[in-house]
Design a protein around this ligand. Structure first.
Ligand SMILES: Cc1ncc(C[n+]2csc(CCOP(=O)(O)OP(=O)(O)O)c2C)c(N)n1
Ligand SMILES: [Mg+2]
Length: 572
């Protein structure tokens, strides 16, 4: 069994269905092995960065891991942004790069990726949790097992192996054991700390709310979160990464807090009468806490639960911290109803009146934009029409730009993982290939993308990959002929700055059709509903090019206010 055979058999053993790659000399033996068609479908991307984003989207949706393969040297340097995006959001991607044979390394060989050449493992080590080169075939099984352990560890993240061509061809004993990445790492809870906090803080909490973060999605905590919220009548706000973890129309769902958060969530958390906030699986970063609101910290007792101890109280004065997996923590808390949390169960009735009042608050800051008849089309209207036409279970991949703020604020999500976005890094164009990976991971679920014309200029070419493999993703372009987010700031500076943020007009529907996808363009609001319905009904990938306004403000005014207050307080 060769090294290439070993790797692919191991991946197949794990039930992996797809590998995302760009072929090239360094991985010829792997490509030859893949070509034998043994159960792994190769998806050839236009660009290695696209292949990496696809593997990332695939991993996020299948909940396990994704694999990206390419050559070393220029291929390895092209996957660097994908590794950084996966690292920023703790996504499990195995990056495999090839290299020149070990015998040629350090001697001026073309595209030498070794530490004597472009140093692939050197720079990818900074962007992953594990990066090694296979120098001896006998070490390969151990290294692969170590890579899998690092990928699924606490915290999880992307890993990298550089496999020179001679190592791909070298023989391993046929009885070599395969590593087993499927073994779920243990997901402990500090039970003693949980009981203490439950007795001292939670049990007597009057107005108690939850802020659910990425950890709730990653640990599949949707059901126990719902059970806990209902048992004790606790309203739930989410971060962007956790949108939908409680269905938007659930009576206890407040929608999203933080950047582009809803009126309901922001008013509840910052309104001044919250007693206790239980933060589950959120690192409490700048965007998700609206600049670490000092008012919230001053008035409210905060409890933070996270599987990763380094996230606890990182930038926020959190008095109560618990190391724990979100799913396990919530299950424990549910079981405390007859024990340490009986007083909280007792006070649930009183909280029910409060939560009904919260749900009666206006959901958004500017609801009227959802039905705006303006031309060019208001981005909120676009999101509203998309929501009406797309099935409830749709997974929406959200890109970076003004359209992200509109999607964050107005898109309603009805299940854990219903929204996917590179929230911590925000690399433009990520959503386009990531959605292709996501759709391949869950072919029966509708997948759509909201992106911008600037993002299309970066990774729109991967629509050719969706067309090639007939992956039916709906790509919606909010086409405002601008780097919209940046334009909104630049126009306040001077005409020269604004000019730099404008983009030439492009017919993205025609672009989609040239690449083999379907395509339609919408310019007026009255045509939008029918066009969205037709696009949703399309059998293959489809580009819906929607001409939108660029001058309307994004729904982030609380964020801007808090940013100004923070700058004032810190003399920034
Ligand atoms: C790779 C990368 N470069 C630059 C940025 C900074 N940036 C954030 S949004 C944005 C403009 C996005 O334009 P577009 O895709 O048209 O979306 P719109 O804002 O118009 O909705 C830019 C330049 C980024 N997030 N990522
Ligand atoms: Mg734009």
């Amino acid at each position: 069994m060769t090294g290439a055979e070993f790797l692919l058999r191991c991946l197949r053993d794990q039930g992996l269905g797809h590998v995302f790659l760009v072929p090239g000399g360094h991985i010829d033996p792997l490509v030859a092995e893949l070509g034998k068609g043994a159960g792994l479908q190769p998806i050839v991307a236009a660009h290695e960065e696209g292949a990496g984003f696809m593997a990332d989207g695939f991993a996020r949706v299948n909940g396990r891991f994704g694999v990206c393969m390419c050559i070393g040297g220029p291929g390895a340097s092209n996957i660097l942004p994908a590794a950084i995006a996966a690292m920023s959001d703790r996504s499990r991607v195995l990056f495999i790069t090839g290299d020149v044979p070990t015998t040629l390394q350090g001697r001026g060989a073309f595209q030498d990726g070794s530490m004597e050449g472009t140093r692939d493992t050197g720079f990818l080590r900074l962007a992953t949790t594990f990066s090694e080169e296979v120098e001896l075939i006998s070490q390969f099984p151990r290294q692969l097992a170590a890579a899998f352990r690092a990928m699924g560890g606490v915290p999880p993240g992307p890993v990298h192996l550089s496999i020179p061509t001679d190592m791909q061809k070298a023989e391993l004993p046929t009885d070599t054991a395969f590593p087993s990445p499927s073994a779920e790492p243990s997901r402990p809870v500090d039970l003693a700390a949980l009981v203490r906090v439950a007795q001292r803080v939670l049990a007597s909490a009057g107005k108690l709310a939850i802020l659910a973060g990425r950890g709730c999605v990653a640990s599949r905590a949707g059901e126990p979160l719902c059970a806990f919220a209902e048992k004790y009548e606790v309203p739930v706000a989410t971060t962007f990464a956790a949108k939908g973890v409680l269905p938007y129309d659930h009576r206890l769902c407040l929608g999203m807090f933080g950047y582009a958060g809803t009126n309901r969530a922001i008013t509840t958390l910052l309104g001044g009468d919250l007693d206790v906030l239980l933060v589950l699986g959120s690192s409490m970063n700048l965007r998700d806490t609206l600049f670490w609101s000092r008012e919230l910290a001053a008035r409210t007792q905060i409890i933070q639960v996270d599987i990763d101890p380094t996230m606890l109280g990182r930038d926020y004065p959190v008095p109560y911290t618990i190391v724990g997996d979100c799913q396990q923590t919530l299950e424990q808390l549910c079981s405390f109803a007859d024990g340490p949390l009986w007083p909280l169960a007792d006070s649930a009735k009183a909280r029910r009146r409060w939560t009904a009042e919260l749900k009666a608050l206006p959901a958004h800051f500017d609801d009227e934009h959802l039905t705006s008849d303006a031309t060019p089309i208001h981005p909120a209207r676009l999101i509203g029409e998309l929501r009406r036409a797309l099935p409830r279970e749709t997974i929406l991949f959200v890109d970076s730009g003004a359209h992200r703020a509109f999607a964050g604020h107005y898109w309603e999500s009805f299940g854990p993982g219903g929204v996917r976005s590179a929230t911590n890094l925000g690399p433009m164009g990520w959503a386009i290939p990531a959605a292709i990976g996501g759709k391949l991971a869950r072919p029966d679920t509708p997948v759509a993308v909201i992106t911008g014309d600037g993002c299309m200029r970066m990774h729109g070419m991967e629509i050719a990959t969706a067309a090639r493999y007939r992956v039916p993703v709906l790509f919606v372009v909010s086409n405002n002929s601008a780097l919209g987010n940046v334009y909104l700031r630049a126009r306040k500076e001077n005409p020269g700055a604004a000019e730099m943020t404008l983009l030439p007009e492009v017919d993205w529907a025609a672009f989609g059709r040239v690449l083999g996808a379907g395509g339609a363009r919408v310019e007026v609001p009255r045509d939008l509903a029918a066009a969205v319905r037709a696009a949703v009904a399309a059998s293959g990938p489809f580009v819906l090019d929607v001409v939108t306004q660029r001058d309307c403000l994004t729904p982030v005014s609380p964020y801007n206010t808090m940013a100004a207050e923070y700058a004032h307080a810190h003399h920034d």
